[in-house]
Every structure is written in C-alpha cells, then in structure tokens.
Design a protein around this ligand. Structure first.
Ligand code: ADQ
Length: 481
C-alpha cells in the first residue's frame, strides 16, 4: 500500500468490518518518520478484496501502542483506528487473545494460560471496539465483527445499537466442549457471541460445538443451527469456509514478472530438480518443526538426495513477545541448523529458511516455483496458503501435501493428505507427492483448482452477508440483548 494517507471527515458507514488489526500497521522508518505497511496474516489477505469491492469502513488497531489516530483513508479504504496502550497490548492481545484463547481453541497444542488481569483488559478493550463501532455505523448498518480477539463485541454493540445487523466470524477453530469448558469466562464469551444475528465458523463441527455449548451451559432452546434467545431473537450458527481471491492469484502467477521471478528463485536455490516449499506465519500450530524433522530424516536416510531436493521455508515472525513463540523460533533455528550442519553437500544447504515478508506477486512466484507445497498444521481454522498454491498452478502440475487437521482439508480432498504427528507417514507422503506421475498430479490439481475458483472470497462474503440480510429482515432482531 502507498504510504500516503489523508485525514478523513467520516460519514456514517452502512457497512463496517471490525477486526483486531487494520489492514496496515503503523511503523517507524529508519529515519524516524511514520510509515505504513500491510499487516500480516490470513484475515487481512481475505478481507482486503471484499473491502475494496464494498467500500465500507474498517475499525481496528493500527499496530502501534500508545498512539491515538484519527480516521483516515488509505489506498481507497476508510480506516478507523482504535488506540491500545502498551499494557493493553500485553494483556488483551499477547495475553488473553494469544496465550489464553489461541492455544485453547487450537486443541491446547500449547498450554493455555488463564490470568484474571488479562480477562479484565480483554473486557475493557472489547468495550472500546464496540463504542468506536457504535460511533461510525449508520442507522441499520451491517456490522461484521471478526475473530477471537473480539468475541464480546457483538453483545456490547447490540446493547448500544439494537438497530444494527450484526454478524460475527471466527477465523480459528471453535473447540470441542471438553476443552472450551476449561475457560473460566466460558459463559461470558458465549453470551458475547450471541449478541450477533449470525455467528459464522470455518467448519460445521465448530458451529455444532457452539450450539451444543449454548444449549447445555446457557440452557437456551436450539433447533439444528438456530438458537432462540430470551428476547425473542433467533441467532443462526453456521459454517462458512473462508476462501481466497483465486482469480487474482491465478492472474498474478500468469504474469511475466511472476514467471521470471519463479525462474530466478529456482536459480538462486541452485536449480534443484525438486523444490519443496513451506509458507507460514511462525506459529506452533503450523507444524513447522514436524515438517523440518521429516525432511531432515529423509535427507539423513538417503531417501532424498541433497543435490536434488531443497526445502524452502518462509516463516514470518509473529507475536514475538509471547514466550511460546520465542521458544518456537529458537527450536526451529536449532533444528534447521542441525539438518543443514549434518548435510554432506558443500555449498547450498538442504533447507533454506527465511523470515522475509513478500508482496503478493512475489508469493505467487514462490508458489509457481514450488514442485511440492508442504502444509502441515497440527490444527488450523482453514489455511489460505494451501488454497493460494492451488490457485497459482495453471499447468495443473505440482503437488500439495496437506494436513488433515486444517479446515482446507475438507475441501481439498485430492491433496496428499497427512497426519503431521505421524513423522513416518509424513515422510512417506512427501516422497509419494514428489514421485507421483504427472497424470496423477494433474488429475488431483485440476479438481482442487475447480474447487478454489468456484468457491472464492467474493462468493464467501456474499453468502454470509445474504444470510445476515435475510435473518435481520424480521422485526424481532431489533430487540436489545
Ligand atoms: P493465519 O494463521 O495467518 O490465518 P493462513 O490462513 O495460512 O494463516 O494465512 C496466512 C497468510 O499470510 C496467507 O495469505 C499467506 O500468503 C500470507 N503469508 C505467509 N507468509 C508470508 C510471507 N513470508 N510474505 C507475505 N505473505 C505471507 C488465520 C487462521 C487460518 C485462516 C485465516 C483466514 O489461523 O486458519 O485460514 O485466518 O480465515
């Protein structure tokens, strides 16, 4: 995005997206001047095209602590910053969102921490987001709240503005009952979400977990995906598997710029016959250690020849002040060092590991360059990287090794599916994906490409918003919760 922005006289908006992060982060340039850069992660990738089409307002934090900013327009988007102090970043964002909820909702892969002072700040910050949204939303506006950071906002907002049509979408898994009930604030969060008219999940299982919890813990009447509220409203809980702008990825990958860059990438890596690729936010849910372990063992056992195969792993660091993330970064550094150190090949190491964040055209070039895409999360709401890779394979070649524990695995059935906890199984799958015949690869890829092109991000947003519109045509939704 361009660094220019101008201050904005804000008109009430009829479509408002509310997310923890704005799509841009405020950063300081080397000379001390303020600058903007795209903020990382799947939510921004998904919402950027929707917002450009609908021209709504986006309410969120701008990524810099202790800084109050006025609303502004940036590259055609209306952005409404919500300020957070440094201690709120620690307690609401790094603490409750990313050290309590994130691990708990991802099958407790890492131990969730329950701290009462984090909860108090989560409450206060959610209220601030609700207040800011109530100020900018026009009468009867559609407000779409995003993700686990803001699960209390639907109810808070409805109390202030019963006229609004409120949708909520959870980008990460909603955990099974046995895990969810560990949360000391389990009731408040369920009630918070029920302030929405429509609560969306990545998978039907998440929606079912939610409905079951609402029935058993709150004693509300439910009928399949509908929940009857005491005030007469009906809340719908349903799955909307998130998608990507497949056509635009496809087009980007087809450009001469991407083709040249793809060739350059392979060349820079020593033109190996087989390029394996991993692309992730650096996160313990993504199965990066398992992937490197499997690849390293294949090299050590001679099943992969270091002269022939390279693993390029791109990992953008995130949440670096959370202890578990620092630990993971160290663990990966050590493991990559060990595998590379033990390789007999002089010159290029078998694993090339990078922390750089790239523009989208460059990502398309990486996807185009890779023979085998390795996506091995231990748990993932969806995983857009898998879909992006498929969208970029115009020749129907290449192979996707995909963890069964991603939301994407439900749709991309023709991938080489794998249980990443099973390192031997993962090794076999990597070799199988590499060695499979071009005909088999093409058959699999064709079917997956059809899936990602037919179910794109625009269709996803239209389906969610049409359902929301339909639900809120009833006069009952106007009652305050
Ligand atoms: P994330 O956990 O952030 O998303 P993912 O869905 O894979 O994970 O999205 C990552 C995004 O970051 C992709 O669009 C990818 O292209 C981009 N990216 C990764 N590395 C990059 C790099 N080095 N440079 C530039 N871009 C890079 C959360 C949930 C997911 C869910 C999404 C959307 O955890 O399960 O799919 O939200 O709902």
């Amino acid at each position: 995005m361009s660094p220019e922005h101008k201050e904005w006289q804000l008109d009430p908006a009829s479509f408002v997206v509310v997310a923890n992060r704005l799509p841009v982060d405020r950063v300081e340039g080397p000379d001390g001047t303020a600058d903007w850069r795209p903020s990382p992660g799947g939510l921004v990738t998904a919402f950027d095209p929707i917002m450009r089409k609908r021209r709504g307002a986006w309410v969120g934090w701008h990524g810099a602590a202790d800084e109050e900013l006025e609303p502004f327009e940036e590259d055609g988007l209306v952005l409404v910053p919500v300020a957070l102090s440094s201690s709120e970043v620690e307690d609401y964002y790094e603490g409750f969102s990313n050290a309590t909820l994130w691990p708990l909702y991802h099958d407790a892969i890492a131990q969730p921490l329950f701290r009462r002072e984090w909860w108090d700040t989560y409450l206060a910050v959610n209220q601030r987001f609700a207040d800011r949204t109530a100020q900018v939303a026009a009468e009867d506006a559609v407000v779409w709240i995003q993700d686990y950071h803001l699960q209390l906002v639907p109810r808070m907002l409805r109390r202030q503005r019963p006229d609004l049509r409120i949708g909520f979408f959870l980008h990460i898994p909603f955990p099974p009952r046995e895990l969810y009930v560990q949360l000391p604030w389990r009731q408040q969060i369920l009630e918070g979400l029920l302030g929405a008219d429509l609560v969306g999940f990545q998978l039907p299982g998440g929606a079912q977990n939610f409905v079951q919890l609402v029935r058993t813990r709150l004693s509300l009447e439910t009928l399949r995906d509908r929940i009857r509220m005491p005030d007469g409203r009906e809340v719908l809980a349903r799955a909307y598997p998130i998608a990507i702008d497949a056509r635009s990825f496809n087009q980007l990958a087809a450009t001469k710029e991407a083709a040249d860059r793809a060739a350059q990438i392979r060349h820079d890596l020593g033109d190996p016959p087989v390029l394996f690729l991993g692309v992730d936010r650096l996160d313990y849910t993504k199965g990066i250690l398992e992937r490197i372990q499997a690849f390293g063992e294949l090299i050590a056992e001679g099943r992969l020849d270091p002269d022939e195969a390279v693993l390029l792993q791109l990992a953008i660091p995130s949440r670096q002040r959370v202890e578990q993330y620092r630990q993971l970064r160290d663990d990966i550094d050590r493991l990559v060092g060990r595998v590379n150190g033990e390789s007999p090949r002089i010159g290029r190491p078998p694993i090339v590991y990078m922390h750089v964040s790239y523009p989208r055209v460059e990502m398309a070039a990486f996807y185009r360059a890779a023979d085998v895409m390795v996506v091995t999360p231990l748990r993932d709401g969806m995983n857009l990287v898998a879909k992006e890779y498929v969208a970029c394979r115009q020749q129907d070649d290449g192979a996707l090794v995909l963890s069964e524990f991603t939301g994407a695995a439900r749709e991309l059935r023709q991938a080489y599916l794998v249980n990443p906890h099973d390192i031997n199984g993962l090794k076999d799958r990597l070799v199988e994906a590499m060695d499979d015949s071009p005909q088999n690869k093409a058959r699999r890829m064709k079917a997956m490409r059809r899936q990602v092109v037919e179910h794109d991000i625009y269709k996803w947003a239209d389906t969610f918003l049409d359902d929301l519109e339909r639900l809120t045509q009833k006069p009952a939704h106007r009652a305050a919760g």
